[in-house]
Design a protein around this ligand. Structure first.
Ligand SMILES: *Cc1c(COP(=O)(O)O)cnc(C)c1O
Length: 348
């Protein structure tokens, strides 16, 4: 049996720039960003900094580069940095925090809930009073939403406690906010409510907001001056970047639309649960289902024209602006029919 259309739930990064975005890109006012600071880049950076309550922002080609620039800025060789277990900076950035920023990674258990460290537990990892030969703990990395914990949200009061503890111990704080927009929509608070007290934050435009390329790394004016040098060093200085920034500006206006992705994720999770799948309640746009054999499950879904990805012990589905509520109903229909067919075969 073949299905005409593949429904791609691997990631919100598969979103395509739509017509309005392509028009904005083609009309963008541009200049040489390395020499003069491209005017559309400048507008995007100013808008993003204001939206996030940060001093300044710098466009970067990827979230990975944004995180790396922050880590390179904060860490000296051998400095320890803390992050919740399975954080993107620990698991999905090729070890660049160690390799290129020279840091010593320390994963922290999810003592405060999925993807979250409790303040009590964080307190025991802050260093302080250690002998001279101990590692120096320099940086706390937070991730909101936490990707591999299924898009888990950290609320502002809990965020404030973690940041206050880090500050007391003299640690800097970097927030990996690739999907901070999703957290802000889920909580009904402005994005700036979730960056309080952080030194630096990285946010993605290329995920649920639908821009083809781009992230922003934000911090103080002083940090941004250094970040611009680091970006150039890493090969991320671009010329007429305004073509990409124009898409980013449109993307920033689409934050409220993420609520649709969240509703679709809930519908998917509820439907899968009804079909007997073991699935957690999504907090945002990521659904993780536990399966006994990940490869088998993904191959079965692939045959049904449904694309997902593997996570440890399960499969991950991500809803996004290029899948509709009808698409989610279609996914559930295909899975239901396949289960009925195989039950018929077993019974027969
Ligand atoms: C996607 C993601 C990144 C990296 O973004 P890229 O643009 O893919 O490099 C960083 N952190 C988290 C939590 C992410 O989900």
């Amino acid at each position: 049996m073949t299905f005409p259309r593949r429904i791609d739930l691997r990631s919100d990064t598969v979103t395509q720039p739509d017509e309005a975005m392509r028009v904005a890109m083609s009309a963008a006012e541009v200049g040489d960003d390395v020499l003069d600071h491209d005017p559309t880049m400048r507008r995007l950076e100013q808008e993003a900094a204001a939206l996030l309550g940060m001093g300044a922002a710098l466009w970067v080609p990827s979230g990975t580069m944004g995180n790396l620039i922050a880590l390179m800025h904060h860490l000296e060789r051998g400095d320890r940095y803390l992050a919740p277990r399975a954080a993107h900076v620990l698991e999905a950035e090729l070890g660049s925090g160690a390799w290129l920023a020279g840091g010593m990674p320390q994963p922290l258990e999810w003592s405060g809930g999925p993807g979250r460290v409790s303040p009590e537990d964080l307190r025991t990892h802050l260093g302080g009073g250690a002998p001279y030969y101990a590692l120096r703990t320099r940086l706390l990395c937070l991730e909101n939403t936490h990707n591999f914990a299924g898009g888990a949200v950290t609320p502002p009061d809990e965020h404030a406690k973690l940041v206050a503890l880090a500050a007391e111990a003299g640690l800097r704080v970097h927030l990996d906010g690739a999907r901070l927009w999703n957290a802000s929509v889920a909580l009904g608070v402005p994005p700036a409510a979730l960056t309080v007290g952080v030194d630096t934050v990285q946010v993605c435009l290329s995920k649920g907001l639908g821009a083809p390329v781009g992230s922003l790394v934000c911090g103080s004016e002083l940090f941004i001056a250094q970040a611009r040098r680091l970006r150039k060093m890493l090969g991320g200085g671009v010329r007429q970047g305004g073509v990409l920034a124009a898409a980013g500006l449109l993307a920033l206006g689409r934050i409220p639309e993420l609520a649709t992705d969240h509703a679709n994720a809930t519908a998917l999770a509820d439907g899968l649960a009804e079909l007997g799948w073991q699935v957690g309640k999504p907090e945002t746009n990521i659904v993780i289902a536990a399966v006994p054999d990940t490869g088998y499950a993904l191959a079965g879904l692939d045959k049904l024209g449904v694309a997902a990805v593997a996570v440890p012990g399960g499969v991950r589905f991500v809803t996004h602006r290029d899948v509709s509520a009808a698409d989610i109903a279609e996914v559930l229909d295909r899975i239901r029919s396949a289960a009925e067919r195989s039950a018929a075969v077993t019974a027969g």
